[in-house]
Structures are given as C-alpha cells and as structure tokens.
Ligand binder design. Structure first.
Ligand SMILES: Cc1cc2nc3c(=O)[nH]c(=O)nc-3n(C[C@H](O)[C@H](O)[C@H](O)COP(=O)(O)OP(=O)(O)OC[C@H]3O[C@@H](n4cnc5c(N)ncnc54)[C@H](O)[C@@H]3O)c2cc1C
Length: 304
C-alpha cells in the first residue's frame, strides 16, 4: 500500500470489473486506489468458462493474474479492506474502510458485484457453483446431457426450461410448492417431455457439493446430477445507494452506456449493473468505465 490518502479515482471492488477499470486508468497515468474485501461471487465454483484465453481456469487464478498485471503500474494501489461508508465532499468523495482508514478521490467506481441469497434448502449453498448452477453459458457444456433439475416457478421456470433444453433433454422442473406456470406454459413444457414436480424440497443430499438426490418434505427422493437455479440477489455494497445512485427495478445500479450512474462523478461496472453476469462482460464494462472516467478528467483539465 501507500501513505497517500488522495487519489484521482477510488475503485471499490477489485475483482474482474474493478481490476479492468484500474488497468485503463493506471495506464492513463491516473492515481488509483482499489479497495477490495476479497469475496467475488464465483469463489466457490471450481472452474470458470466462456472467457477466451482463460477458459476452464480457476476463478482465483484469473483474478490473481489480473491483479499482478494491474499492480505492475505504479499508478495503482491495492488495499484489502471493506469500504463501509462514502460521503460527498467539496473536492469529490471520501471513502471510509472497516479498518478505520479514510481516503479521498475526485471520482468513484463501484465494481462491487452482487450477493446471491442462498435458498433455504439444506445443502443448497454447499452445492452452489459446483452442481447447483446459475448459468448454462458458463457451465452447461460440462454437464450436457446429464439428469438435470430446474429450481424455479412461474415464468422463470418456463424460460429456464426452454433455455436449458438446448444442453440436455433429461429435464425436470421443481417448483417447491404449487406450480405458478400458466396452462399454456405447462402444456408447452409437457409437450417437450419435461416433468413438473410440485413437492416441497427440504434438502439436497450431496458429497462435497456434488448433488446426488433431492429430498422432499414427504421423505421421498429424486436422483439427479445437476440443478439450475437463479436465487434472488442484492447489491453487495450499499454505498452507491447511500450516495444517491438510483437502482433499476431489478435492483441493479442504473448506468448509461459509459457506465456512469445517476450521480455525477460516480461510475459502476460489472455484475452490480447488468443481469448478463459473466467474467468477460465484467471485464468489458470495467474497461469502458475506466476509459470514460479518464475522458471526463482530460476534458475537465483541458477546460480549466
Ligand atoms: C457460482 C458462480 C459461477 C460462475 N461461473 C462463471 C463462469 O464460469 N464464467 C463466467 O464468465 N462467469 C461466471 N460467473 C459470473 C461471474 O463470476 C461474475 O459475472 C463476475 O464475478 C462479476 O465480476 P465483478 O467484478 O462485477 O463482481 P465480483 O467478481 O463478484 O467481485 C466483486 C468484488 O467487490 C468486492 N466488494 C463488494 N463490496 C465491497 C466493499 N464494500 N468494499 C470492498 N470490496 C467490496 C467483493 O469482495 C468482490 O471481490 C459465475 C457466477 C457465480 C455466482
């Protein structure tokens, strides 16, 4: 770290989106502080896919490699800490960390990701990212043609069934209670030989996250190999809201095409702004945010 307390830009969140933004800014000779608490959303998944040059790599290896490349630039500093508060000042912003440090910057980037809220089903969180999957583009190829379940109800279940059918035809929807699918959706699903099970799910029997069977409230069981689920999420960091950044109906930070939030001089990028959750998307959005901030700063400086 450094004794410097004042930066051009503070980036809260130093995973894929934050490191990518830091790369653009550091190379543009901006002084940058990254503050990161070390809890990326994909930390439990053994391998990351669908990002060219890094396909099949461990998530932490991709992040560590990125961090090493970014920290080669002496313009960029990295602090492992949790940002707990943010305030607006005359010159920009102040960010306070859990360890009691205070830093200031002209502009902020939040690359803080999302927190997935695990379903209240025993074994669900242990299997998350291993055999309970959020995205077929990330992991569908590896589990193609396997005996697969979908934990969802209503339109979400219909949408997932239609999508996942591309990777496997052995599909069952578990609505965990009464089905909320419409008659038309149910007819379509049945036409494709996808069953719907409405029983209440109590737990997943698994070995080290590898699911073996679903256990229902009536003690009956269902053997399968993989489950897709899109659990609810929340913003990992509440500081953007505290500073007045608007959220969308989905609970994502509202940004324009250059990743600018609804508050001047605050940008956001990565999962916290977009439902297309993926490492390549986060890297791309981070790069756009970094370039957009540098462009804004060069313009401001030129006009002075
Ligand atoms: C189980 C799972 C598996 C996945 N598999 C794949 C895959 O195979 N391929 C793929 O492309 N994508 C995959 N994804 C999606 C991918 O992981 C995300 O899109 C990506 O991690 C988003 O990057 P990000 O930088 O926006 O957020 P994250 O990677 O979630 O990082 C956010 C960072 O911000 C930090 N942070 C948050 N709040 C604060 C704070 N207040 N102070 C300091 N730091 C803070 C966190 O600790 C974290 O390090 C997967 C996601 C999940 C959940």
């Amino acid at each position: 770290m450094t004794d410097n307390k004042n930066f051009d830009v503070i980036i809260v969140g130093g995973s894929y989106a934050g490191l990518s933004a830091a790369m653009s800014l550091g190379r543009a000779l901006r002084s940058v502080l990254i503050i990161d608490s070390g809890l990326p959303c994909n930390r439990q998944t053994p391998h990351s896919h669908n990002f060219i040059t890094q396909d099949g790599e461990k998530p932490i290896v991709i992040a560590e490699k990125a961090k090493k490349q970014v920290l080669k630039y002496d313009t960029v500093k990295f602090l492992t800490d949790l940002a707990v508060n943010g305030t607006k000042t005359d010159k920009g912003f102040e960010i306070t960390t859990q360890s009691g440090k205070i830093f200031s910057a002209k502009k902020l980037i939040f690359a803080t990701g999302l927190k997935d809220k695990m379903l209240n089903i025993k074994g669900f969180s242990e299997c998350w990212g291993i055999t309970v999957l959020h995205c077929p583009y990330c992991h569908g190829y590896e589990v193609r043609n396997q005996k697969t379940g979908i934990f969802a109800n209503g339109y979400g279940a219909f949408h997932l069934a239609r999508l996942i059918r591309n990777w496997t035809k052995d599909l069952t929807i578990f609505t965990n209670g009464k089905s909320e699918l419409t008659k038309e959706q149910t007819d379509e699903i049945k036409r494709h030989n996808i069953s719907i099970v409405e029983k209440e799910v109590t737990s997943l029997k698994h070995k080290d996250g590898v699911v073996e069977e679903i256990i229902f409230a009536d003690n009956s069981t269902f053997k399968l190999e993989v489950i897709y689920s899109r659990p609810p999420f929340e913003q990992h960091c509440k500081i953007p809201e505290l500073l007045g950044c608007e959220l969308t109906e989905q609970g994502l930070i509202k940004v324009d095409a250059l990743q600018k939030t609804t508050v001047d001089n605050i940008f956001a990028c990565g999962d916290n702004t977009n439902p297309l959750r993926s490492v390549p998307y986060a890297v791309s959005a981070g790069s756009i945010a970094g370039v957009a901030i540098n462009n804004a700063m060069t313009e401001e400086e030129f006009l002075k």
